[in-house]
Design a protein around this ligand. Structure first.
Ligand SMILES: [Zn+2]
Length: 284
């Protein structure tokens, strides 16, 4: 599943190829994604210009403006789901299986492909209010690279929002209420770096550990973005490069192997139907 780094890599990959371009047409070959692609999408988007390509959590936000205006008319919301990819390619590129939606931009096309169809292509009209205040985003935690999550503030934020919480730290992070972007892989990796046991109640983790964790979250996510994403077989970079680089994980997917720090055997447990990997000696 694409996590925040893959989405950010996708955003950076498509941005230079689409910003400033006119949307000439929208081709919906299959509207049946996790939610139906709006039937009116072609009507509202055709003739608009792409102003900016942003990201919030795991959504890519494409702001569109009218031809003779600098004001945004609305925002296209795209989520990659489990297997979605979004790529810019020449307009005459032959259609493959699972190429569900095309945004035609002159000589090129922004193409959404999604074999498992858990992705989303939605529209938020500016008349409905600021997109980031909408229900989709209003409950999300802060962005890990925002000023609100620099190391000191991030540590304090996690500490404050976790007081009184009996939920284990791993699912607390996965829920994304405090900070977004710490998906299953990065939860295991960042908890290892902060030496926090994944089963400890979030409300019992000390401020000092949360400061370490906030630092680990920024370091690990930045490294993943720098390497072009993570190790997901279904992900293809926005430039069409095949696959991407695998990080040298400390614990993720290393059950039974020796800890890279202390040589203790890495263990795997299930938490909320997700696998968690940890070192029983380094994390306590
Ligand atoms: Zn260890």
């Amino acid at each position: 599943m694409p996590e925040l780094p893959e989405v950010e890599v996708t955003r950076r990959g498509i941005e230079p190829g689409v910003v400033g371009r006119r949307i000439d047409a929208v081709v919906v070959r299959h509207a049946g994604l996790r939610r139906a692609v709006p039937a009116t999408l072609g009507d509202v988007l055709t003739g608009t210009f792409i102003e900016t390509v942003r990201r919030r959590g795991k959504f890519i936000l494409v702001d569109c403006r009218a031809q003779d205006s600098t004001s945004v008319v609305g925002t296209l919301l795209i989520h990659l789901g489990m297997t979605g990819t979004l790529r810019v390619m020449p307009a005459d590129t032959p259609v493959r299986a699972h190429d569900h939606v095309d945004f035609v931009l002159g000589d090129r096309v922004l193409r959404f492909n999604d074999p498992r169809r858990f992705g989303l292509v939605l529209w938020h009209a500016e008349d409905d209010g600021p997109v980031l205040d909408s229900a989709t985003f209003s409950k999300l935690g802060v962005e890990p690279f925002s000023d609100a999550f620099d190391v000191e503030r991030g540590g304090h934020l996690l500490h404050r929002l976790s007081r009184g919480r009996s939920v284990a730290i791993k699912p607390f992070l996965l829920a994304g209420e405090a900070v977004v972007g710490v998906g299953n892989i990065y939860a295991s990796e960042t908890l290892f770096r902060a030496r926090i046991h994944p089963r400890v109640a979030a409300g019992r983790v000390s401020l000092a550990r949360y400061v370490l964790l906030a630092d680990a979250i920024r370091v690990v996510l930045a490294a993943a973005i720098a390497k072009g994403g993570s190790t997901l077989r279904d992900f293809v970079g926005a430039d069409g490069a095949s696959g991407y680089f695998q990080q040298d994980y400390f614990v993720y997917d290393r059950e039974g192997l020796p800890c890279r720090v202390c040589s203790t055997t890495i263990r795997s447990i299930r938490q909320g139907q997700r696998s968690t990997f940890y070192c029983p000696r380094c994390q306590h």
